[in-house]
Design a protein around this ligand. Structure first.
Ligand SMILES: [Zn+2]
Length: 419
């Protein structure tokens, strides 16, 4: 039941001023999305009842329309705002319409400063809609599918990493098709002819809507450049590359990215990539491989709405891999299960991809196919639809990922068992 705002405002008006006109006692609700990564279509807006119904915006051919993120102003602290979310019924690619569940987290993300995000209480699901009751705590609030992670956040964390660790090198991986900068950071042990530290490549957001991947990466990076003894040890062993956002173009405009036309970033890893940032990542990985110092590739993603625990995609046809590689994958999952809370699943395989051609241009597979037989290349899917799908929860996973990696590298993955 949605209470009309008018009744309450009448009381306030007479109590405080006595003669104030009812209609001017509360501001008009104002919804906006005109900022980095903003996305929402207003289906219905009722200022009196403090009710909003939105859908994520569809940007044709630019991937899954599940991401929503908008600002509401004209609120009064203490009021209850009702937010209803449903899927956008328009097709996003050909005649494909995205199933509603991707747009409907159990709990939405809310912020009063567009910086610190918490979860709302659980929404009420009815068929293909979800309704959140939100206690308003400021005149202006931001609401989103999950805690946003924007290009400005990536710039900030890279800057912080450099401040913390002056030997780190912040670099531009590429300029996107639309002229935006894709940045990364490289740090850790310096490679030379004599010394070849383990080469580690971690990247996030090949799928733009999966903001949680960048938060996981942020947790990893902040641990990895810290003074913690485990992190110091990690940096002695490895030369690390981290890219916080691959598909900067889609993130910036609030598009989903996944299943974009002609293909998304995670299906772009072949001899002729469509995206400059994919080509640039391939080039650097090939270079490390040529110098015999490439060991680990991890692609950070968020999975489907019903996956409630983090898990990894591993190599299709694991039993046909070289013995050393099978051993390394077995080791890796054991270390990951030890350190990453709630992760206990065996590898999943991209069996939903039907052709070898498509499977081979998925990033983790491309890396596996173009690097040495001991290399471990996986996709981490960190679940978002759970109470830990917060800035803090994701970053905890990132730190745990770092600890798993340290243990893995300490196990000397380049050495075959008979050495
Ligand atoms: Zn993904």
């Amino acid at each position: 039941m949605i209470k009309a705002r008018t009744a309450r405002c009448v009381c306030y008006a007479f109590l405080i001023i006595g003669v104030l006109a009812v209609d001017s006692s509360f501001a008009e609700l104002k919804v906006s999305t005109d900022f980095s990564a903003g996305s929402a279509v207003i289906v219905k807006q009722d200022t009196e009842k403090l009710f909003l119904h939105i859908q994520p915006a569809v940007q044709k051919d630019r991937g899954f329309p599940c991401w929503w993120y908008f600002k509401v102003s004209g609120l009064t602290t203490g009021e209850m705002l009702t937010l209803k979310v449903s899927a956008n019924p328009q097709s996003f690619r050909g005649n494909r319409v995205l199933s509603a569940s991707w747009s409907m987290p159990d709990r939405a993300a809310i912020s009063t400063d567009n910086r610190n995000w918490r979860q709302t209480s659980s929404g009420l699901r009815e068929k293909n809609t979800i309704t959140y009751q939100i206690k308003v705590s400021a005149e202006t609030i931001w609401l989103a599918w999950g805690p946003p992670y924007l290009p400005a956040d990536a710039d900030a964390v890279l800057r912080l990493a450099k401040e913390k660790l002056p030997t780190a090198e912040v670099f531009e991986l590429a300029q996107t098709r639309q002229g935006r900068s894709v940045k990364g950071v490289r740090f850790g042990a310096k490679p030379s002819e004599q010394h070849k530290p383990y080469g580690v490549w971690i990247q996030a957001r090949q799928h733009a809507w999966e903001a949680g991947g960048s938060w996981v990466g942020q947790g990893f990076l902040q641990w990895a450049v810290s003074d913690e003894p485990s992190a110091v040890e990690f940096r002695k062993l490895a030369n690390i590359y981290y890219i916080p956002i691959m598909d900067v173009d889609s993130v910036a405009v609030g598009a989903g990215g996944k299943d974009a036309v002609p293909r998304d970033h995670n299906r772009d890893w072949d001899e002729h990539p469509h995206y400059p940032e994919v080509a640039a990542a391939q080039k650097r990985i090939r270079q490390m491989e040529r110098e015999q110092r490439f060991d680990v590739f991890i692609d950070l993603h968020n999975p489907g709405p019903n996956d409630r625990r983090p898990y990894f995609y591993g190599p299709h046809g694991m039993d046909k891999l070289p013995v050393i590689q099978q051993r390394n994958y077995t080791r890796w999952i054991a270390y990951a299960h030890n350190h990453i809370e709630q992760s206990n699943e065996k590898y999943r395989f991209a069996t939903y991809v039907t052709t070898d051609e498509e499977r081979n241009r998925m990033s983790a597979n491309w890396v596996r196919n173009h690097t040495s037989s001991h290399v471990m290349s996986v996709t981490l899917e960190t679940s978002w639809n759970r109470p830990e799908g917060t800035q803090k929860g994701y970053q905890t996973v990132g730190r745990q990922l770092g600890l798993s990696l340290l243990r893995y590298l300490e196990s000397q993955p380049r050495l075959a068992d008979d050495n």
